[in-house]
Design a protein around this ligand. Structure first.
Ligand SMILES: [Zn+2]
Length: 465
């Protein structure tokens, strides 16, 4: 009998305890519910949440700390290295700080944190965010770009993961408040502008990719190949345009003209491709359109109508017209080529997690569109490989990598020309881990400086895995 009483006593105690906890929890939960509602992204009270939540940390793909919060102060341990892509949160929000704001301020609710918030007035902990960026690329690029202006981006074509995004000059986000006046007044260098996403440059000869594409698109039966005897220049009704260094390239077809970057040949193609067809190819690749990208960026422009002068038209076929492109968009086009025509949406947020390491939101690769046919993409891959094997990009040729690309010189009327290189690299055929990149060095002259920066990207890539 005693045993039975004891049993009932224990059971009752357990029940009463559980009931007490439950009541406590429910009362408490109701009290903080208001705070929870304000987490909704559309809620303008999100900023008030900063009073309640410690902003989460930001990491690169190898868990290197890129942003953290110490005693309510936002710290960026890498200084200016990630200035544009991570942005800042102390003076409005830009970059990842803006993009991932909801996650970074998403309170980690659990019973202990609810109680600590209620009785000790402690803040909740926000979620950490892990990026697709890889510090090995970012650091190598920054070193190569030291003292130079321009933009560099590395993307994984198969997924759209952005591995590096670096604009120069930058700024130190740790001192954004103190430096604000100076930074905004510096219109000569515009350090606050992310040149990768907002720098619009003439594409120069990198645009021959689009002209070649327009030609291939027309060539449905295949085998069409204009040949032309280049004498180092080409003359139209109101212009004479030269090949680089007035070099006479001799008899060239599409393949040779591409790796030698023969201006005369690509202008000659304007007899085969109408302005409208060129425009269609450009727009299919994303010109004059919004890009599938979640951060802010400037739209690339292609302008050419039948009303334009012959000179304007000729210049446009070799990327020297009114066409403007951002390094971001250029890298997306190259990615699509390397990925057999399929353009993936570029992205920088990989996943968010709480302090215990539990993944909360995982961001997945997203198919965007076919930017060109598979046949054209594969033909362009081969043509770009020739550029590095025996053409204008031969300086970065490497025995252990398959590298393709296109050099470009964007004419700059007021100063030295800008130097472009846009391409891809893979360890072997059908390499799912291949990379694509776009590099522009302002006033970098004829290609050489962009190739030097590209070499640093390739050195990192070569030593991976
Ligand atoms: Zn030529």
């Amino acid at each position: 009998m005693d045993k039975k009483k004891k049993f009932i006593y224990i059971i009752s105690t357990i029940y009463i305890s559980l009931f007490t906890i439950l009541v406590f929890y429910m009362v408490y939960f109701t009290a903080v519910k208001q705070k929870q509602i304000s987490v909704h992204p559309q809620n303008t009270r999100l900023n008030n949440l900063e009073q309640e939540v410690i902003r989460g940390d930001i990491y690169d793909t190898n868990m290197k700390v890129l942003a953290t919060t110490v005693n309510d102060t936002r710290k960026y341990p890498k200084g200016s290295l990630y200035a544009h892509v991570i942005g800042y949160s102390q003076r409005g929000k830009t970059g990842v700080e803006a993009l991932a704001n909801t996650e970074l301020l998403y309170p980690d609710y659990n019973i202990p944190s609810l109680f600590r918030n209620a009785f000790l007035n402690e803040k909740f902990q926000g979620r950490d965010v892990v990026l697709t960026l890889d510090d090995r690329y970012q650091s190598a690029i920054a070193k190569a770009m030291k003292g130079k202006k321009g933009g560099v981006i590395v993307i994984e074509p198969a997924t759209g993961k952005i591995r590096a995004m670096y604009g120069s000059p930058g700024f130190d986000p740790n001192n954004i408040n103190q430096d604000w006046e100076t930074l905004t007044k510096d219109t000569k260098n515009s350090p606050l502008v992310n040149r990768v996403t907002h720098g619009l440059y003439p594409p120069g000869s990198t645009f021959k990719i689009i002209t070649a594409l327009a030609y291939m698109t027309q060539d449905k039966a295949g085998g069409m190949d204009l040949t032309y005897d280049c004498q180092g220049k080409i003359t139209g009704a109101d212009y004479t345009i030269q090949c680089y260094n007035k070099t006479a390239h001799g008899v060239v077809g599409l393949k040779e003209a591409f790796y030698k970057s023969c201006n005369a040949y690509f202008i000659k193609l304007s007899e085969k491709i109408s302005s409208k067809d060129l425009r269609n190819a450009a727009e299919q690749a994303g010109f004059n359109d919004t890009l599938p990208f979640d951060m802010s960026y400037a739209k690339s422009k292609f302008q050419l109508t039948e009303a334009d002068s012959n000179f304007e038209r000729a210049a446009t076929y070799i990327g020297q017209g009114k066409t403007l492109v951002s390094p971001l968009h250029m890298a997306m086009i190259i990615s699509a080529i390397a990925n057999d025509g399929v353009m993936m949406k570029p992205y920088v947020l990989d996943y968010s997690m709480n302090k215990k390491g539990y993944v909360k939101v995982k961001y997945l690769p997203q198919y965007q569109k076919a930017a060109m046919s598979e046949v054209s993409a594969k033909r362009l891959q081969d043509m770009m490989i020739d550029v590095v094997q025996q053409g204008t990009g031969a300086k970065i040729k490497n025995k252990s990598l398959i590298i393709g690309g296109k050099t470009g010189t964007a004419q700059n009327e007021t100063d030295k020309d800008h130097s472009w290189f846009a391409g891809f690299a893979k360890q072997k055929e059908d390499d799912k881990n291949q990379i694509a990149f776009a590099v522009i060095v302002e006033n970098g002259g004829k290609g050489a400086e962009a190739l030097a920066v590209t070499q640093k990207i390739l050195d990192v890539y070569k030593n991976m895995e």
